[in-house]
Design a protein around this ligand. Structure first.
Ligand code: FUB
Length: 322
């Protein structure tokens, strides 16, 4: 597959997390809807209320929508906005990590569990302790699971410093290091963090953290981690400059060294993705707003095959946006 394929032509879905469980591909997207909320920098117009799980036996084959896997009305601490989620498996159980604003409009990260990859998922009564902001993503490595999270602006990462909530949000000056995403190992029961979150450092080739003013390269949101030929690839969105970039490192905790753009901007404001190997080929799952005529909050899922260069670099894919 060399040209991108839209996966769900009759619905709006975005922010794919993708995993292969027992030889089948499972996609965990956000489920966009028209809520009528005006667009703003806080992302209030991304007012999603449920998750659906999709599955595929083959990359070119049918996409099965398994229906509602979790609804906001079933989450006891819910305020609003179910954003990008991810799923991990341990001992035959499935754990869905999701960001949601609580009743005070603060993004928290919750966990819901299921016996099957497609759910339905039953939420825990309270959000996780010690996790905050948005866009959880889980890496499994040698039987341990690592939870990455964080996102700027409406994702509220600028409200935290040293894992403590600030009195008032503070973005760094342009010359200061960019705000890092966070990572923490998950506890054995997968329901809480096993340790305090650590900053994920993204360094330039000069071994210095990328600066906040380096907007074409610095982290904004949409963490994803995969492993290729023994290296960890941390990929992410630069948000307001709309690139999907990647950085590589030797440990799940980083540091990661910036390598390049893997997807140029798409049509729509957000860009968000998952990278997965399936049946011996590598794929980039992502979204754009072409089918909705550019409405940034109504996004459509896509998949395209990726290519690695001999040195492990990812060949840049053109997103088709501005
Ligand atoms: O879908 C809502 C938010 O938009 C996600 O959490 C971000 O990564 C961005 O894609």
């Amino acid at each position: 597959m060399k040209t991108a394929r839209y996966l769900v032509p009759n619905d709006y879905m975005a922010d794919p997390a993708v995993h292969v469980f027992d030889g089948k591909l499972y996609i965990y997207p956000s489920h966009d809807r028209e809520s009528g909320i005006p667009e703003n920098d806080n992302g209030d117009h991304f007012d999603m209320a449920d998750y659906h799980v999709l599955s595929m036996d083959n990359i070119d084959g049918a996409v099965t929508d398994h229906g509602v896997a979790l609804h906001v009305k079933d989450i006891p601490w819910a305020g609003r906005q179910l954003w990008d989620c991810d799923v991990a498996r341990k001992h035959g159980k499935y754990y869905l990590y999701f960001p949601l604003k609580d009743k005070n409009d603060i993004f928290r990260i919750g966990v819901a569990t299921a016996d099957r990859p497609e759910g339905p998922f039953a939420p825990q009564p309270d959000p996780m302790r010690g996790a905050y902001s948005i866009d959880p993503c889980v890496l499994e490595e040698n039987g341990e699971h690592y939870l990455y999270f964080g996102g700027l602006w409406g994702g509220q990462l600028q409200r935290y410093h040293g894992n403590k909530a600030l009195e008032s949000a503070a973005l760094p000056a342009d010359s200061e290091p960019a705000l890092p995403p966070r990572v923490a190992r998950l506890a054995d029961n997968m329901l809480q963090l096993a340790e305090a979150p650590r900053p994920v450092l993204i360094l330039g080739k000069d071994s210095k953290p990328l600066a906040h003013g380096d907007a074409q390269r610095r982290f904004f949101e949409a963490s994803w981690v995969h492993k290729y030929r023994g290296k960890y690839y941390f990929s992410y969105s630069t948000g307001d400059t709309h690139n999907l970039c990647y950085a590589t490192g030797d440990s799940p905790y980083g540091p990661f060294t910036y390598q390049g753009v893997l997807l140029t901007p798409v049509v729509g404001w957000t860009t968000h993705h998952a990278i997965v190997e399936f049946k011996g080929k590598w794929y980039l799952f992502h979204h754009d707003s072409v089918p909705s005529g550019g409405r940034t909050w109504l996004r459509s899922l896509k998949v395209v095959e990726m290519e690695y260069l001999p040195d492990g670099a990812i060949k840049t894919i053109e997103g088709g946006g501005a």
